[in-house]
Design a protein around this ligand. Structure first.
Ligand code: GAL
Length: 814
């Protein structure tokens, strides 16, 4: 039973010693960690289908696959319109799958507390250990753990863990979910006196320039039958691992109980966590009995303060900061839902390079890695709990589980994520149906109360669509700290009047549609698509959408229109663009074979669409000059040439050396454009500041495709079975110009320490498998994902295609 904080006070405080040491070196004798955290991802057996007998220890799995987690079986399947996931869910198979793993535990673990931690399994996972049922977690995005101690054998006798994952009830999502144990699994062994699962809560209640107060709440568990006296030592280390301050406390815990204890420390002259300098301290928690270390635990600590203001928007560490955010779904393109840290890092880095400073995790709990990376890379996070409450959006939504699980799931989410300094907003939902009826009032109050009972340091928000105050019952609850509004940018002007005194963020915006490298010839009119009011649907026959920023879903708008609006309104804390990357599923506006979304600023393979550079020119300090489209058209055809630029006062366009004049952005403009009669050759743009050239860019008419060109995002790979290298493959002419419409089928070969784990070209209606050693180029490009296979051999990668000169690349194994 958990003791309350009041009880805690009665039991605790035999002795409290707080030592404030300025930058002392950690003890010379390095203490060995006693908490054992083992990667539990390797060597699982897997089979699609339902095998209830697999919980038995003597069940044989000879015809089961052997694989490593994290694993998503949906992404391995073929596309079909018939799959019950439907194109909205990615048109990939779902169903039921079983995982099973046989393992032994060292004899000297006997007496320890052993648990297994799952970061996420989609969905309805059920877990058995040695035939004993441990439990079920319906929500596919929630992290959970089971204590195995009473059911495992130590020494040579084998243990069997079996996991059933049931994603058969479809449709259950508005986007691609993936299926399986798609996030990491760990085995944790501690002594029977230990820091509980998610048992540390660190906050920084007061941050001043010269001093920050750091508060700790530590939940300690005693799984033994005896009362224990222990010493709790919390140490803050700086980013060089130097000790900053230590707090010690001697305390007592009763048998078979868990117990919360509190400490406070001060950090002098703290280095603040910010987007530019995401400085991280570490909190090392140690529990001693006498002189013996019985548990150790690490928590990242970022010292920062922030606020939302109804008039001035958001500020971080006192600095007004517009939220330049993107919404991201969890899939990692060709890897599916597999939560691979390197894939997530690449995704975030591409966003960061564009000038993004915030991520909204739409619309569900994220992987742990995403938050760790946001902590490390300096990205502000809006964590979101749910896409539905009791009222569903699709037939078998989470609403089916709501009554039984919402409280537990929300509590677990907050407990898990409340130490990440990057997390600055809790969203209790996205476009929740209950905003439209009075049940929304009580439900919002209830959910906000749950969040606040676990964390009061961050505002609670919700992504709303109804912006008439009397009609929005979630708003009327009065319980939200921050109002999130999705879309309707044209109404932002009414917000200060309609929502007096409220803090506001554009929780979702834009929903523009684009296909990378595809250019409808004229860019002049903005089209809304699907059109409102049942206007005829006149899409392109090849399921493409123009990459000029001129098409958007009718509830949204173009990237430029949205940013022009948000940019000038200080009371809008910022905007989260729908979306940073294309994602699998929701292929609005097209039917099958379209099967992934068109909303991304970057395509599914990770290749930027042109509008990426509009954001980069506005949101980053990087000097930008980007010109579109490609330069292969019919003679005499009129082509719109657009350029995005910054840090310059004028820009000049030359066609085959002839100037078409100097232009500059006027007023709110975010690009300049020219209408050009096409002639083959070269277009060149030059940006200048006070007469000095800042940047020049050229695009050449490509000749006949003649060769493949490779570019890897890294030149080395770790031999750890996880690390990834992304190789972009381009079809070029003999002068090195991109063949902008090339769709050659390219074959890949990999030798040495790597294997191909995904291929993609970003085309939203491609029905080629993501798991193959070949891929067609799309508009001249495709991407191959190579993963370490654990061997200490350099990787030789070759791409070849009929009629083209092949290309090879070597990746060194670290
Ligand atoms: C929003 C919704 C997103 C996505 C988007 C597409 O209304 O919150 O999940 O569906 O529309 O435009």
């Amino acid at each position: 039973m958990n003791k309350t904080l009041n009880q805690t006070k009665i039991f605790s405080l035999l002795l409290l010693v707080s030592l404030f040491l300025a930058c002392n070196k950690t003890e010379d004798v390095v203490e060995k960690d006693v908490r054992i955290v083992e990667d539990f991802n390797f060597n699982w057996n897997f089979k699609l289908g339902d095998f209830p007998e697999a919980i038995q220890s003597n069940f044989t799995t000879t015809d089961w696959r052997i694989l490593n987690l994290p694993h998503d079986w949906s992404i391995e399947g073929d596309f079909s319109e018939e799959h019950p996931t439907k194109p909205e869910g990615g048109a990939l198979p779902a169903g039921i799958g079983w995982y099973r793993k046989t393992f032994t535990l060292p004899a000297d673990w006997n007496g320890k507390s052993v648990s297994v931690e799952f970061d996420g399994a989609y969905r309805n996972s059920e877990v058995w250990i040695n035939g004993h049922y441990l439990g079920k977690r319906p929500y596919g995005y929630i992290s959970f753990a089971y204590n195995l101690t009473d059911y495992v054998h130590f020494g040579t006798q084998e243990n069997v863990i079996a996991v059933k994952v049931d994603n058969s009830l479809q449709p259950n999502s508005r986007w691609y979910t993936g299926s399986g144990i798609y996030r990491n699994v760990r085995l944790v062994a501690t002594e029977n006196l230990y820091v509980d699962h998610w048992g540390i809560y660190v906050t920084t209640p007061k941050v001043l320039k010269d001093k920050a107060t750091v508060a700790f709440e530590t939940t300690i568990k005693n799984d033994s039958t005896g009362k224990r006296v222990f010493k709790l030592v919390n140490t803050i280390l700086d980013s060089d691992d130097l000790e900053v301050v230590v707090s010690e406390k001697i305390d007592t815990i009763q048998p078979n109980t868990s117990y919360v204890t509190r400490q406070q420390m001060e950090v002098l002259n703290p280095v603040l966590w910010s987007v530019e300098n995401p400085y991280l301290y570490t909190v090392k928690t140690k529990i001693y009995e006498g002189e013996t270390l019985v548990d150790n635990y690490e928590t990242p600590l970022g010292i920062r303060y922030f606020s939302f203001n109804a008039k001035k928007g958001f500020s971080l560490n006192g600095v007004p900061t517009k939220i330049h955010g993107v919404c991201l779904h969890h899939d990692n393109g060709a890897l599916g839902a597999v939560a691979n840290k390197h894939a997530i890092k690449r995704k975030l880095q591409i966003m960061k390079d564009m000038g993004v400073n915030a991520i909204r995790v739409a619309h569900n709990p994220s992987s742990l890695e995403l938050l760790q990376l946001c902590d490390e890379m300096g990205l502000i996070v809006q964590v979101e709990a749910f896409d539905v409450w009791k009222k569903r959006k699709v037939k078998n939504d989470y609403n089916l589980e709501w009554d039984e699980w919402y409280k537990r799931d929300l509590q677990d989410l907050i407990r898990r994520d409340r130490n990440n300094p990057s997390v600055m907003m809790w969203s209790i939902g996205n476009e929740i149906r209950e905003q439209f009826d009075s049940t929304g009032i009580a439900m919002t109050k209830d959910l906000v109360k749950i969040v606040k009972s676990l964390d009061q340091t961050r505002p609670v928000t919700c992504a709303l669509t109804e912006n008439v105050p009397e009609k929005n019952f979630i708003y009327q609850s009065g319980a939200l700290d921050l109002l999130g509004f999705n879309y309707k940018h044209e109404d932002y002007g009414t917000f200060p009047e309609n929502f007096k005194g409220q803090k506001i963020i554009a929780s979702e915006s834009v929903s523009a549609l684009e296909t990378r490298g595809h250019y409808d010839v004229t860019s002049s009119d903005i089209k809304f698509w699907p059109p409102a009011h049942n206007e005829p649907f006149d899409g392109n026959d090849d399921f493409t959408v123009s990459a000029y920023d001129n098409v958007a879903a009718y509830w949204g708008t173009t990237h430029e229109e949205n940013w022009k609006t948000v940019k000038k309104l200080d009371y809008i804390a910022g905007t989260f663009i729908w979306t940073g990357f294309d994602y699998i599923g929701e292929p609005i506006p097209y039917p099958y074979p379209a099967r992934s979304s068109y909303f991304g600023i970057v395509d599914l393979a990770g290749l930027p669409k042109d509008v990426y550079y509009m954001y980069q020119s506005e949101w980053s300090d990087t000097n930008v000059l980007h010109v579109l489209p490609h330069w292969n058209w019919s003679l005499g055809q009129e082509v719109d040439v657009w350029a995005y630029y910054n840090n310059a006062d004028e820009i000049e366009l030359f066609v085959n050396g002839n100037s078409l004049g100097v232009k500059s952005k006027k007023g709110e403009d975010l690009h300049v454009s020219w209408k050009v009669k096409y002639e083959p050759g070269t277009i060149k743009v030059v940006s200048r500041k006070v007469g000095q050239v800042v940047l020049e860019k050229e695009v050449h008419t490509a000749g006949v495709a003649s060769k493949l060109v490779l570019e890897a995002d890294k030149s080395t790979i770790k031999k750890d079975n996880y690390d990834l290298v992304y190789v972009t493959v381009e079809v070029n002419d003999d002068q090195g110009n991109l063949s902008p419409r090339a769709d050659n089928l390219i074959h890949f070969e990999v030798k040495g320490g790597g294997k191909i784990v995904g291929v993609d070209n970003g085309y939203q209606a491609s029905l080629e498998s993501f798991k193959a050693n070949k891929r067609k180029a799309y508009n001249g490009k495709c991407v191959v994902i190579i993963q370490s296979n654990g061997k200490a051999e350099n990787i030789q990668f070759k791409a070849s295609s009929k009629g083209l000169i092949a290309a090879t690349i070597q990746i060194e194994v670290e």
